[in-house]
Design a protein around this ligand. Structure first.
Ligand code: ATP
Ligand code: MG
Length: 422
């Protein structure tokens, strides 16, 4: 039996990169005061349909939707923002503290064509600031995002920002872009012809070249911003400039979810090929009302972890290695070694042992394979003297060590740091 297409196992060897990325996210987001909020895998389908929008690709064709046993339509979460907002409203988190800063890390599900950088179960690192409409929140979440990505030593990253305006200025723009594209509708793909009526901005999001070509010279939403939206965008840019955070303005970036208003952004990586967006995000001041709540402004981002992990520098070693291998020879030594191993582990040392009573040569080979820096050899002779042989795997030097000194010596071989790379 095999796993399902687009659903990937993450094996040891790769998983260390994931742990590293997730730990860094927790560390950096913590500095900005973001709290972890865990959302369920399933929500009512209606929640996503209302927030993300019926005419988007996600709701239209990518959701994993199925009836519950009692007939309710449920959906595996395709993104986190909607659920975080739902949880925030449902638990009245805004009543106690109107400004909420939350992050979430976990799998998302979209029925897409699996390929490099695109899976059906994929993972996002998600962060949201709820309850603040000021441009400073936009700037701060962008700074946090870029600090996090920069700290992972990723190269060739490009932050692109745009403003999508609010419903007031998007209305007239929608009419303009519809007018512009109607004359070219013959050349658009079938999806975009449909989008033309339901959601014309989505044409910008189309991955087909023939559709992109038709957008040459199309009016852009930036030219239609109302006074308030224009000022908001200027303030965001001004604050990014103050912090010397590099970015480019991309007036053609519209993002694939309907709930975005004003600031929208993407981080694009030069080294990823076709699936080049590592992160997407934006402001969503209308989302809370869309799902039946009061007016709560918000802004957030979602990073694709699979794509992020692909970008990690190859030279860095994310693997972990044992601190010591314990090689026991004979029944008595094995019993003594079993006790010693637990004592060392209780003291915070990563100990590997052999379970099968193999020969010394075979145990040494295993220690080598595991890249243990030293081996404690327990033989019948040493055991009688309450001593063991400690072998340094790099220098091949050996010394006899009394039992009570093994811990200190092993920690010394590991520079007193315990297991490395954790
Ligand atoms: P794309 O244009 O690549 O489809 P998107 O706009 O649909 O991306 P968002 O909904 O903004 O993506 O999600 C944020 C991030 O999640 C993306 O930038 C990407 O890194 C990642 N992502 C989205 N869909 C997938 C997927 N099917 N497989 C892997 N990662 C994904
Ligand atoms: Mg997509």
């Amino acid at each position: 039996m095999k796993g399902i297409r687009g659903f990937k196992d993450i094996l040891p060897g790769e998983v260390e990169k994931w742990q590293y990325v997730e730990n860094e996210a927790r560390r950096v987001f913590g500095l900005f005061g973001f709290l972890e909020l865990r959302i369920p895998l399933l929500e009512r389908t209606e929640l996503f349909a209302r927030s993300i929008g019926e005419a988007t690709d996600i709701v239209g064709k990518e959701m994993y939707t199925f009836p519950d046993r009692d007939g309710d339509s449920l959906t595996l979460r395709p993104e986190a923002t909607t659920s975080i907002m739902r949880a925030y409203l449902e638990h009245g988190l805004n009543v106690k503290e109107p400004v909420g800063k939350y992050f979430f890390i976990g799998p998302m599900f979209r029925y897409e064509r699996p390929q490099k950088g695109r899976y059906r179960q994929f993972h996002q690192i998600d962060a949201e600031i709820l309850g603040v409409q000021e441009a400073q929140a936009d700037a701060e979440i962008l700074v946090m995002l870029m600090r996090f990505l920069g700290g992972l030593a990723l190269k060739n990253l490009n932050l692109q920002i745009n403003s999508l305006g609010d419903p007031a200025c998007r209305g007239p723009y929608r009419g303009e872009i519809q007018k512009f594209l109607r004359s070219k509708s013959e050349a658009l793909c079938e999806d975009c012809r449909r989008r033309l009526d339901t959601n014309p901005l989505r044409v910008f999001d189309c991955k087909r070249e023939e559709c992109q070509a038709q957008l040459e010279g199309a009016p852009v939403v930036l030219d239609f911003l109302c006074e308030d939206c224009r000022r908001h965008f200027e303030q965001v840019k001004d604050m990014l400039d103050t912090l010397r955070l590099p970015y480019g303005v991309n007036p053609r970036m519209v993002r694939g979810l309907d709930y975005y208003t004003r600031t929208a952004f993407e981080v694009v990586a030069g080294d990823l090929g076709a699936q080049n967006a590592v992160c997407g995000g934006g402001r969503y001041d209308g989302l809370a009302e869309e799902i039946g709540g009061p007016s709560v402004p918000g802004i957030g981002f979602a990073i694709g972890v699979e794509r992020l992990v692909m970008l990690l520098p190859e030279e860095k070693n994310y693997s972990r290695y044992p601190d010591v291998f314990l090689a026991a020879l004979g029944k008595d030594a094995q019993r003594r070694g079993f006790i010693l191993a637990q004592e060392l582990r209780d003291a915070g040392v990563w100990v590997e042992i052999d379970y099968e009573g193999k020969s010394l040569k075979s145990q040494m080979r295993k220690a080598d394979r595991l890249k243990a820096p030293c081996v404690v050899i327990l033989g019948e002779e040493e055991l009688k003297k309450n001593r063991a042989v400690l072998r340094d795997m790099a220098s091949k030097a050996q010394e006899e060590v009394p039992f009570e000194e093994i811990l200190r010596k092993v920690k010394g071989k590991n520079h007193g740091s315990g297991a490395k790379g954790r």
